[in-house]
Design a protein around this ligand. Sequence first.
Ligand SMILES: *[C@@H]1O[C@H](CO)[C@@H](O)[C@H](O)[C@H]1NC(C)=O
Ligand SMILES: *[C@@H]1O[C@H](CO)[C@@H](O)[C@H](O)[C@H]1NC(C)=O
Length: 987
Amino acid sequence: MQKATAVTSPLLHFFCLVIISCRILLMHVVAAQNSSSIPVNVGVVLDLDTKFGKIGLSCINMALSDFYATHASYRTRLVLNPRDSKDVVGAAAAALDLIKNVQVQAIIGPQTSMQANFVINLGNKSQVPIISFSATSPSLTSLRSPYFFRATQNDSSQVKAISAIVEAFGWREAVPIYIDNEFGEGIIPYLTNALQEINAHVPYRSVIPSSASDDQISEELYKLMTMQTRVFIVHMPPSLGTRLFAIAKEVGMMSEGYAWIVTDGMTNLWILTEPPTIDSMQGVLGVRTYVPRTNELEKFRLRWKRKFQQENPTIINAELNIFGKWAYDATFALAMAIENVSMGNFSFNKTNVSNSGTDLESFGVSRNGPHLIQALSSTKVRGLTGDINFVNGQLQSSVFQIVNVNGNGERRVGFWTPKSGLVKELNSAKRSTNSTHEPNLGPIIWPGDTTSPPRGWEIPTNGKKLRIGVPVKSGYTQFINVTWDPNSRTATSVIGYCIDVFKAVVATMPYVVPYEFIPFATLDGKSAGTYNDLIFQVYNGTYDAVVGDTTIVANRSRYVDFTLPYTESGVSMIVPIRDNRRKNAWVFLKPLTWDLWVTSACFFFFIGFVVWVLEHRINEDFRGPPSYQAGTSFWFSFSTMVFAHRERVVSNLARFVVIIWCFVVLILTQSYTASLTSLLTVQQLQPTVTDIQELLKKGEKVGFKKGSFVEGILKGLTFPKSQLIEYQTLEELHDLFTKGSANGGISATLDEIPYMKLFLAKYCDQYTLVEPKFRTDGFGFAFPRGSPLVADVSRAILNVTQGEKMNQIEEAWFKKESSCSDTNTLVSHNSLGVESFWGLFLIAGVTSISALIIFAAMFLYEQRHVLFRFCSETPFWRRILFLSRIFDQRDLSSHTFKRSELGDKSRNDGVSIGVAGDSPNTNCPQSPSSYSNQTELGFVFLADQGRATENGDLTPSAATSPEIFPSSGRHPIELANTANSPREQLE
Ligand SMILES: *[C@@H]1O[C@H](CO)[C@@H](O)[C@H](O)[C@H]1NC(C)=O
Ligand SMILES: *[C@@H]1O[C@H](CO)[C@@H](O)[C@H](O)[C@H]1NC(C)=O
């Protein structure tokens, strides 16, 4: 044994020597290689006691070895100087030490946003780039340091994804719950803005101190429970977040109806394998940065895991997180950038550097800083998370994944991309276009294990049911009727129109609203106050709503929010009506206005005259003594009124006039008949008063319903108190009207239209509404201000009022006692005026006048020799006189006379002879007497000369008289005519 040992020991020594020398040789080779490259100091500031810090550092280390393995030829080599930093001060001290004493070219880290703030300022002053892969607070951007590079997504880049979820589920309110530090607060302005953009309201912000105890957290959560919002956005690190969810589960906030969204602050880091955590977070939605899974990434993960396990055997279950990947990528980019500026010298400008180790005031300035930030900004490398490219020191925004905690892990339910919003699949670029109600996400299991999305708010009640105040009324019980049990001092039933409408409305709402009616009553069942008092009870929280005939008016809406009205709106005046049919002796005059009467009468006279003119010369009916002629003419004209004119009209012109006139008369009489009929049958009812000012002037009394706001309107109209009388029931109102204003009653009342309709339904034939004078908005339900129920109830009211249901309810409550037809509206009657008929009169007038003109033209043409052939010295008036005399005579050339006097040829011949003999060569007569040398007079004149004559009864004196009118007073020709009228001859 001894010998053997002696032999082996020199051999062993030799081997050892060989191995050692080999190792020394190897070290020399490595040293030689290192010496050819330039070492560049880079600081790393991380909390190396935490798993997060350890993962980060190991990723940075792996990044460097991977980088130089693939880029062995690069001349620079990063030398890491890791520093541990527990808190803000530690990070600041570490950074200062690195900058001042190590003169690092860049610092990777620090870990948190709070630490980053000061370190960034240090870096800015010393021109040392700070590259953080985990400080996500957007507020860091506001430092505006060109030396700060963020190799991670800032928190504000996800707010759009969160607001898209809120919008997709139609939530109108959300409460952020966040940690009370720079990390927590940084996101809030961006989140609030994003929610505002989609019209979601942030009614409250819940701040949880990072050091909060469980009691403090549960106190805060209980507070949130009493509020109506049920959508919470949690933004905090996982350490606090998991505690929050554990307590939320305890207090019952992880149940149905609640929605929880967590930001990537938790989602990126959570490890959902620990049972208590995952149990308390069932149903939570999370937003996280999405990195596509690739083979390289998977290989790296395994490699990293093995290495990390070796280095940190005490840490189990370490998983590579997104920040580790970013740390890797940031290191990669930094190494690349430093290689690119290797021309510079990696030293510090050391003027004014104090020797004290941690003097904050004076330290060197990196000479290479400006070059390095330029290089970093232009560096583009392909990293684990994709292309790394800093724009303004920020990574470009990426895709977010939406996950849903469910069962033993998380389910991926969709993505959010800046371009297409929420999508189920990343590659199907289809945006959720069709409807906002169907979010384009995979199925989500919400808290409470339900698949139906939470409504987002809870009816804010103090108890389980909505406590609805209802008014207690003594009149108008159709609207609301509370039956009071005096023994138990409770309401046994609440019924009425308003209640039915409310029930119908609630039934059409998309969710169940439990409610109970609580009468606003004193202990003995009397009304406990006015409607304004009742409304105020909602404001001070006694009731959750008011249902009743509460009118929407401005001063009430300062305390409550009203729904849309469910009744007709407006305040109107109601007055008794008077039936003045048959009581008026002159009702027959009513159908036409007086000017139409006058115009018609004038036209009758005018037409009589026209017919006389046209007929006088040729129609025996229109001849005779002047009074007879006048009588006949007007008799003729007025008898057309009943189409009873007997006289024959022989002239075509007259016939034309009469036909047109008969047409006008027809229309006039028909219109008169129609108007009179409607006057006597339809317009039976007339309001006694039509204007409220009239009442005020006459000092008549006006009624108003007790407790109604109408009293205010009346007072606003300056009605004195003595003129106002209040009533409570419909019967009372009717009594007041019956008494009349003079006997302590009223002449009119003002009230809302729904009440007045009720009144009219009962006493329909005695009263009428006169047009609405005042706008109000009808009856609405009242809810506390800002109640989310208002919008939904209003929508439901619209559905009900537009549907058949409303008619049924109205029918049931208002129409059953009405025995009268719906004649509320007053048919206004207007007499017919000239303006309706002037067209007709125009036609008749134009016809008649043109007939006259044509007649006159023809007549003058026939008698043109009288006008023009006489001597010029004859005065004009004499000629006219002469013409009128001719006009007054029979036109013997007319066929009417010819036919009837066929046998009497001589007379006609005489005329023709006389006329023929005188015209047209007659010279100017010497004396005025020769005027009579025309037509009938003409042959008289000739007869004197000894020519043939037939009328022996002409007195010579008349014939020879120089005057045209004989002194006998009667026209000689007329005498002749009467003696020899064709009729007499025929008889
Ligand atoms: C260095 O310090 C001196 C005084 O201590 C000051 O006058 C000088 O401006 C400083 N130089 C720089 C570059 O800060
Ligand atoms: C956050 O990052 C996005 C890109 O991801 C950038 O557009 C935005 O300006 C950044 N906001 C802040 C406040 O840094």
